[in-house]
Design a protein around this ligand. Sequence first.
Ligand SMILES: Nc1ncnc2c1ncn2[C@@H]1O[C@H](COP(=O)(O)OP(=O)(O)OP(=O)(O)O)[C@@H](O)[C@H]1O
Ligand SMILES: [Mg+2]
Length: 583
Amino acid sequence: MLEDVKRLLKLAGQQRRKLIASCILSVIGTALGLVPFILIYLMVLELFNPVINQVYVWKLVFWCIVAIILKFAFMGLSGSLSHLAAYSILYDLRIKLGQKLGTLPLGYFKEKNTGDTKTAMNEHVEQIELFIAHNLPDLTAAIVVPIFTAVFLFIVDWRMALATLAVIPVALIAQGLMFKDYKPLMKGYYDALEKVNSTVIEYTQGMAVIKAFNQTVESFRRYRDSIEEYDDYIWMWTKRFIPSWSVFAVVVVANLIVILPVGAWLYISGSLPMPTLILFLILGIGFSQPLMKLTMFSSQFTQNMEGVGRINEILTETPLSEPEVEQIPSNFNIEFQGVHFSYGKREVLDDIEFSVPEKTVTALVGPSGAGKTTIARLIPRFWDVNAGEISIGDVNIRDLATERLMSLVASVFQEVTLFNDTIYENIRMGNAEATEGDVIAAAKMAHCHEFIEKLPAGYQTLIGEGGAKLSGGEKQRISIARAILKDAPIIILDEATAFVDPENEELIQDAITRLAEGKTLIIIAHRLSTITSSNQIIVMDEGKIVEKGTHEELLLAENLYSRMWKAHVSAQDWKFETEEDRK
Ligand SMILES: Nc1ncnc2c1ncn2[C@@H]1O[C@H](COP(=O)(O)OP(=O)(O)OP(=O)(O)O)[C@@H](O)[C@H]1O
Ligand SMILES: [Mg+2]
């Protein structure tokens, strides 16, 4: 618990002072809230006197009003401060999380659920606001008020005070039962919630496929399962919670049951004056309210700490290591030396060794699952290799500052990512300093210019939600334009020509040729006809390099490549035949 509070205070950072001030103000405010009760008590005492001092009574009324006004002033001030602090913390946290995500290796985003990260950045951060702005000042009040009240009650009449407090042990026991195993239960709750979050994202993003395959909310199993699991969990928890909660909720407001008979008995036996009895009846009932708040607080607190823990997990995730002394590559040759790599336990690259001289084209080919994409992703350090070394210009890529490495490499992956922004901004993302002329020149080279010009708002057309819908080939060409604009010396293309119609393929092929002029290019292609002129073809199978050479050399070797080539050619023939047939 103390650890948790420390962590929270650490997240609170510079806002700590505001928070402490807010709590102090809240304590003073709530203590002022008690003053009217004391004054009323004094007043009742006075009213029972045979001779009433009117000036004294009016004075009491006056101070009563002053106390109430002051209470609201203090509480208001406390609330403003805590809100100010909470929103600053919220802001800082979101910025911090954003920055942190920027330093993580790209592989993190392949492994982690987007749902988890979203929950942390939205819900958990939001909860911290609630907690800090409302619960924390409330808590201080909820602790301080009962203590003050109890002390005051004991001073007035210890027997009646004991009667007022009599239900508390029972309430505490019920509360203890309620919060038994609360932390692991809370964790389970968040696990279930995160699962719902990520399947919701998956479900909505995959809607096209879900519809095409006639699936529905009920039949899309992962979605349904996660919701049912969540539902079951809440049920299980509720059932566990209900008995102890009911006992607590009843007992905590039931002290009248004790106050009334004890009070009546003492009054009748003549040892309790009427004003005192009235005072206890007034204060006794209100006494347990803060206890209720305290319970709410405990549950909020545990919830919140779970959230803080998850946020901390992201904040303490190991970032991509930066070199202590940055080295600068002398050229752009790429070298893989004895590279081993595994996802988890499964090794997918086994002793990969090849070099790509700068300004040449190297093609990676091989059956599905051979490890081609993995090789492409290791160069911009999505993950670090397990053994061996990847170097650019004789410098291990780990000794390059991340920013430099990223500036050296432009990647066009098969899954093109375009943002909900204008086409212009999507291309300009390749190079923030590019002028409008540069953007248009890059678009022209990537064969985008023609179709962009035809759009109603041209380069200012919005893409994505509520904007223009582009074809797969068009998106790919925009991503190539972005890479052209980046003008990086090393280019990695992962299957940029797959699944594209012949006309588009020709345009894309031409765009790639221009993109690659004078650059070091690594290209992964399933259509072998597009890479026959490469300087070097590397053939992979099951995580190993099985052959290397030019197209001609590999054909002569009559190995995997030549078999793949024959299959490719006959597939082409087959395609021509069917087209002929149709005519
Ligand atoms: N993020 C990942 N986590 C775990 N395993 C992965 C991950 N990505 C790929 N793999 C596994 O690693 C192996 C190599 O995958 P990779 O994507 O590199 O193959 P590929 O040669 O690009 O295949 P394709 O031609 O189908 O694109 C595969 O067996 C795949 O299942
Ligand atoms: Mg691949």
